[in-house]
Design a protein around this ligand. Structure first.
Ligand SMILES: [Zn+2]
Ligand SMILES: [Zn+2]
Length: 141
């Protein structure tokens, strides 16, 4: 838990159990949407409201402790801010997988340079079907 406390301190946010718990479930699960975060927190703190959780999520996004991962046609997911990476997003089940960005980053930087573009951040998502969903589709046919 120590990590989360210093993350909050660095961002200038007060440490509350809601915030700590949001960070903990995101750390454990990777990418979750608001409903998934809420049901996880409810499990431990049944009295908490969705509005409170949402307010805290927005604050954490604002302070760049967590990041919104927009998903076409589905609710956004959230993740703890970490090293640059890109996403493989399943349009069937909404699963989000992290991918190493290292090899790509040179290519992206090069393209930016070519266009004399000052690159600040890179947001990259690949949409398709995850392995689980492909298997399910194959089973049916
Ligand atoms: Zn899937
Ligand atoms: Zn991610």
């Amino acid at each position: 838990m120590g990590d989360y406390i210093s993350m909050l301190k660095q961002s200038g946010l007060k440490t509350t159990f809601q915030r700590l718990y949001i960070l903990q479930v995101l750390d454990e699960c990777g990418h979750l949407d608001i409903d998934e975060i809420y049901s996880n927190v409810l499990f431990v703190h049944p009295s908490i409201s969705l509005a409170t959780i949402y307010k805290n999520i927005l604050m954490l996004v604002d302070k760049e402790v967590i990041k919104e991962v927009p998903i076409e046609g589905k609710k956004s997911k959230y993740e703890i801010v970490k090293q640059d990476h890109f996403h493989l997003i399943c349009t069937e089940c909404g699963d989000v997988e992290d991918c190493d960005y290292e090899e790509l980053s040179d290519i992206v930087s090069l393209s930016s340079k070519r266009h004399k573009f000052l690159q600040e951040k890179v947001e990259l998502s690949v949409y398709g079907y995850c392995k689980k969903c492909i298997d399910k589709i194959n089973e049916k046919s």
